[in-house]
Every structure is written in C-alpha cells, then in structure tokens.
Design a protein around this ligand. Structure first.
Ligand code: F6P
Length: 542
C-alpha cells in the first residue's frame, strides 16, 4: 500500500493543480461542455450523485483515479471485505459490511444472522404493545451507541410504530436523563443499555440512574425492562441484565447501527423494514466492491475529499440535507468521518506531512440558509457543500387530509427549489456590475453605489455536490449511510491512516478519572496540576 504523497500521481496532481486546477472555474466548465451534467452524474444504488458542480475536469478526474490505483485502493478495500486485520493498532478486522450481507453471503454469517434473527424476533414482541405493555423505549448510549439510531429514527419517522415513543439519553449531564425520566412510568418503559464496551462512563452512569429510578418508582422485573446491546455480555450480566444482544470487536462503534446497536431501530420499524435498511446498505457495499473506480460513487466522493482537502486547502465540508428527517445526519457524519479520519500519523506511526479529515458540519435546509449560508456565499473560506435532496416526500403515509397534503406537497417543491437555488447561487455568484443594476429596499441610500455593490457581490465558483434520493425509505437511507462509510474508507486509505481506531478519545477520559475525585473531595492539594486547571477546580468547588 502506497501513501498518497509517495506516488508519482501525487506529484503530477501538484503540477496539474499549479498550472490548471487552482484556476478552475465552474461557470466556464459548464459553458464549455453542454454534456457536463451527464458526464459527471453517477448512479449508485438508491443515490444519484451530481458531481458536476465540483472542481473536476477530465485531467483531474483521470489523475484522481490514477491516484486511487497507485494507492492500491482496490486491494485495501478487498482486504476490508475479506476480514483482514486492517485496524492494525487494535489488531482487528473491520467487518461492518458482514452485518448487512444476506445469510450465507458474508463472513461470520451464522453468528450475524443468529443475533439478527433473535433481535428482530424480540423487537416484534416489544412492538406488540398490547401484550408487552411497552410505550416508551429509552436508549442509553453515547457516540456510536447513540448517534446511529438517533439519526435513523427521525429520518424514517413515516415508518415508526405510532404507539411507541423513543428517547435517547447520552450525556453524562444528569439534565439529559432527568428530563426523560420525568415523562415515564416503569411498567411502560424499556431501557436499552447500548455500549460496545459496557464500560463507558456516561452510559454506565445513566444506566445506574435508570435502574435506581425504576426501582424507586416501584418498577418490577428488571429482566423484562432492561436489555443490553454490547460485546461485553459478562459486564451486562454483572449489571443485572439478563437479555443481551451481542456483537463483535470487528464492528467499530461508529459503524455499529447495523448490529445489535440497531435494536431501537428494529423496534421502531419492525423486522421487515430493518432488513430493508440492511439490504440498502448491502446494495451499496456491492457497488463499492464491484463498480469500476471511475463510476464508483463512494470512491469518487472520497477522491474529491482528497482533492479539496490537500490541494484546494478546504478545511471543512458542510452537509445540507434538505429534509427535516435528516436533522441528525450531520452529527452522525461528524463521528463517522472525524473520528475515523482525524488522524495525524500514518499506519506506520509516521507524522503526516498533509492534512486529513476536514471538519464536517451542517444543519438541515432551509434552516441553515438563515444562519450560516451567508459565510458559504461570501465568506473567505472555500467550503464545499453537500446538498441532499429527496425527490418524493413521505407524508402520504400519515393519513392526512387531502387539502393539507396538497399544501405539504407544495412545500416539498419549495424545499427542493431552495436546495437547487443554493447550489446554483454558490456556483453562479453575482458580479458587482449585476449588483449595481438592482437596488434592494433595505440598501443604504447614503452609501456610494459602487461600495454597496462590493458588499452585494458574490464571487461564486463555490463547489457543491448534490445527492439525490428517490424517497427516504429504509432501503434508501441504508444505501446513503453505507455510501458515506465507504467514502470515508476511500480518503482514509489514500491518506494511509488507520480509519478504525480512536486513540484520540483516551487522554481526556484518563484525565477526567484523575480530576473527578479532586473536584468532589475538596481541600486536596492540586499543586501538581497546571495553574488553569487547579484554579478552575478551586472556583468550581468554592
Ligand atoms: O470514546 C469514543 C467511543 O469509544 C466511540 O468510538 C464509541 O462509539 C463511543 O465511545 C461509545 O463507546 P461504547 O459503545 O463502548 O460505550
């Protein structure tokens, strides 16, 4: 495996960037080539990707594909699918793809389908609320044991069991769980303690609070009202949980929504829809594994990420899902991408001479337009934007009155028009001359028109990708999320990093263990601490 900066193509890309790439203009590219949209529109299962508003021309495209080949991307990808221990710092395989492979088609199929069947059968018993008595499901977990289900449920709201309410508690801040418990009755509540390790401070603290609350409110039968999803079945047993759905160390936390960690999703959607979510992801796995690199959507997105990060210097990427149901997608992608690729050394532990993960951030459209889009259009930084548009809404299944439905359909068209308009505006911009020609009512009459036109000038040529989904269904969402996983794999593989460990979270955890007793004890000597931490502890204790 060759690290990207050690390839001949990297040098060629640097030369190409200096002579052409840095001066690429999207408007000229469209003016020169009427077929640009067709040439740079790519189909993957469930997702159409319009890459035409990106800084891509034929030579850049060719060089990026050459780069992928020279970095042995295909061999690296195959090694992942084949179960090689590519997470070298933990000596683990990386096999979240095995979780969505149909029976008999992936590694560990017997184990995977054994747990899946048991979990889905259990989910159906909970969904039968007449006999289970369950009305509230509380998932207690954090990071990968929280963000996946928390992202999927609003996205698939149209498919969620109407008689069940779902709550997500993650923060060690007691305000989080306190606000949820206030709305619950023990007999109607199922707690899912979700933790790969079953040692995470936040989750264990909240699980204990939940148990104390349950017992103090007269709750009976912990075994029925608490289940665990974990690789550490023993620790769950010690906590007093009998029903456990397991998974394996080869499932990374941020890649675990397809495993037992998906239990809240299975309860919310039911077995068939959960299987559809897996099937969508599997279809994307097949695409990633088999499509030639030049038409492989996750690969192309990962290559663009490298192009923007390492050549154009883009330090962040903004995610703009134009669907309120995808409101938690940016947070989910933050963990997926930044915990995977926020690394400063390569697999051999050598410090990298180039940048890795961008900051990933965003909000659903159109909300973001009224908050930070100003910066995207006129700020000083280059920030590629990712628009996610969903062609057909899903409120049809909500049994709404036809007049209301018609209005909502119209609003869906407004939503889509806004998304398209933003990507168009980012690219097109507005010259100072164009700005001079119109005069908005709020514009100052005192200011010299030329000065005002400078404020109203949009430079344009700001790149964006549009991802188009037909409907937000379990299958479509599964495909979308798997696409992101493989895209993160692609950039990580080119950068030569281990995308599957997360040592960067350890130091803070260890220091917290040291500070907690000092904060609680009072009066102890903190002279060994830095002045700021010691001073703050004194103030907090005061
Ligand atoms: O601290 C980071 C992390 O390990 C994530 O990678 C993980 O998703 C999260 O904590 C939760 O871990 P667990 O599922 O073991 O509680």
């Amino acid at each position: 495996m060759t690290r990207c900066d050690r390839t001949a193509t990297w040098a060629a890309l640097q030369g190409h960037f200096a002579t052409h790439g840095s001066r690429f203009d999207l408007r000229d590219a469209f003016a020169r080539d009427a077929g640009r949209f067709d040439a740079l529109g790519f189909e993957a299962p469930g997702v159409f990707a319009d890459l035409s508003k990106n800084y891509l021309d034929a030579p850049t495209f060719r060089l990026l594909i050459d780069l992928a080949r020279e970095c042995d991307l295909e061999a690296q990808r195959d090694a992942m699918f084949e179960g090689a221990a590519i997470n070298t710092t933990e000596d683990r395989a990386v096999l979240h793809t095995a979780l969505r492979a149909p029976r008999g088609c992936g590694l560990f199929s017997r184990e995977v389908h054994g747990v899946l069947n048991a979990m889905l059968a259990y989910a159906e018993t909970v969904r039968d609320s007449a006999s289970s008595g369950i009305r509230h499901v509380v998932n207690i977990g954090i990071g990968g044991s929280d963000l996946g289900p928390q992202m999927v449920l609003p996205a698939l709201q149209a498919f969620v069991h109407p008689g069940l309410q779902f709550h997500f508690v993650s923060n060690v801040d007691g305000h989080d769980i306190a606000s949820v418990l206030g709305r619950l009755k023990p007999a109607e509540t199922l707690f899912i303690i979700a933790s790969k390790t079953f040692t995470t401070q936040e989750t264990m603290a909240n699980a204990h609070v939940a148990r104390v609350w349950f017992e103090s409110r007269g709750g009976k039968d912990i075994a029925r009202h608490f289940v665990a999803t974990t690789t550490n079945v023993e620790a769950a047993g010690e906590f007093g949980i009998i029903r456990t759905f397991g998974f394996w160390d080869w499932v990374g936390g941020r890649y675990s929504l397809w495993s037992a960690i998906g239990l809240p999703i299975a309860i919310a959607l039911g077995a068939d829809q959960f299987r559809d979510l897996l099937a969508g992801a599997y279809a994307m796995d097949q695409h990633f594994a088999q499509a030639p690199l030049p038409s492989n959507v996750p690969v192309l997105l990962g290559l663009l990420d490298v192009w923007y990060r390492n050549f154009h210097g883009a330090a962040s990427r903004s995610i703009a899902p134009y669907h309120q149901g995808l409101k938690r997608l940016p947070a989910y992608l933050q963990q997926l991408e930044m915990e995977s690729n926020g690394k400063r050394v390569d697999r051999d532990g050598e410090a990298l001479p180039f940048a890795t993960s961008p900051v990933v951030w965003g909000e659903p459209g159109t909300n973001g337009q009224h908050a930070y889009f100003q910066m995207l259009h006129q700020g000083t930084d280059l920030i590629p934007v990712e628009f996610i548009l969903v062609r057909r809404p899903t409120f049809g299944s909500a049994g709404l009155d036809p007049v209301l439905l018609e209005q909502l359909e119209r609003q869906h068209a407004m939503l889509l028009a806004n998304g398209l308009a933003q990507s168009q505006a980012l690219m097109q911009g507005k010259t100072a001359e164009q700005a001079l020609a119109d005069s908005p009512p709020t514009a100052s009459k005192q200011l010299d028109p030329l000065t005002l036109a400078q404020h109203r000038h949009f430079p344009g040529n700001r790149p964006s990708t549009t991802l188009l989904l037909e409907r937000l269904t379990p299958h479509g969402l599964g495909a979308l999320v798997a696409m992101y996983e493989h895209r993160v794999f692609t950039s990580g593989a080119l950068w030569g990093i281990n995308s599957f460990d997360q040592w960067g979270v350890e130091l803070g955890k260890a220091l917290c263990n040291d500070l907690l007793p000092r904060l609680m004890a009072g009066g102890s000597d903190n002279a060994d601490l830095d002045g700021s931490t010691a001073g703050l502890i004194n103030r907090l204790r005061g």
